[in-house]
Write a protein that binds this ligand. Structure first.
Ligand code: SIN
Ligand code: MN
Length: 200
């Protein structure tokens, strides 16, 4: 494990060892069964390349009606609860008593990416966002607190955890690309990213 700080983001390289990564994947299995990944659409009807689902009281969705947090999967069922091995990461790294209300699960298959954006649909930005990388490497880009300007990128690998808090809570970030099949954690390849957020 080593921690580096880049533009206010705390990047815990190798935070989860291989057995812990496996344990998180096992804990995600029933979630993906109960709340299958779906492809969100963004304004204009374009499909995102990332597939998503959530656990917790709220999940993030984006469809023809816009993007928002809601208390149920697009198919109607309540989101599954956030499993303990994932809550443990939040508690350990944030030291907060308050638990996250959303664990957003992003799946990046071959060719998937996520454009630069801010996480700003939550009510209270004093809570950090904790982001867990699993599976294939992803090229993570960090920008500034306003759109534009120079950016810096680094590869996130399976087991890395990023804490976006303090002033960096509003920093633009995104994923340019993944190295498909660079990891064998997920049998079919791809990258899973979990982001833990306090929503209300
Ligand atoms: C996100 O910003 O929601 C995802 C970041 C990542 O996939 O590392
Ligand atoms: Mn984000």
């Amino acid at each position: 494990m080593s921690t580096l700080r880049l533009r206010g983001f705390d990047i815990h390289k190798g935070y989860l060892d291989h057995p812990s990564q496996k344990a998180v994947i096992e804990a995600l299995r029933p979630i993906l069964k109960a709340a299958p990944l779906f492809t969100p659409t963004v304004s204009g009807g374009k499909k995102m390349s990332v597939r998503m689902t959530s656990a917790g009281a709220f999940g993030w969705v984006s469809d023809a009606a816009g993007y928002r947090y809601q208390n149920h999967h697009p198919a109607g069922q309540a989101w599954p609860v956030i499993p303990k091995p994932i809550l443990d990461i939040w508690r350990d790294l944030t030291g907060l008593d308050r638990e996250p209300e959303c664990c957003l699960v992003n799946y990046y298959g071959e060719g998937a990416r996520m454009g630069l954006h801010q996480d700003k649909d939550e009510a209270d930005f004093s809570y950090p966002v904790v982001s867990v990388s699993l599976g294939d490497d992803g090229l993570f880009r960090i920008g500034n607190q306003t759109r534009g300007g120079k950016t810096e990128s680094l590869w996130l690998s399976s087991g890395d955890v990023v804490v976006m808090g303090g002033p960096a809570r509003m920093t633009y970030h995104g994923v340019d690309r993944i190295r498909f099949k660079s990891s064998r954690l997920l049998p079919k390849g791809g990258r899973l990213n979990l982001t833990l957020r306090v929503v209300t």
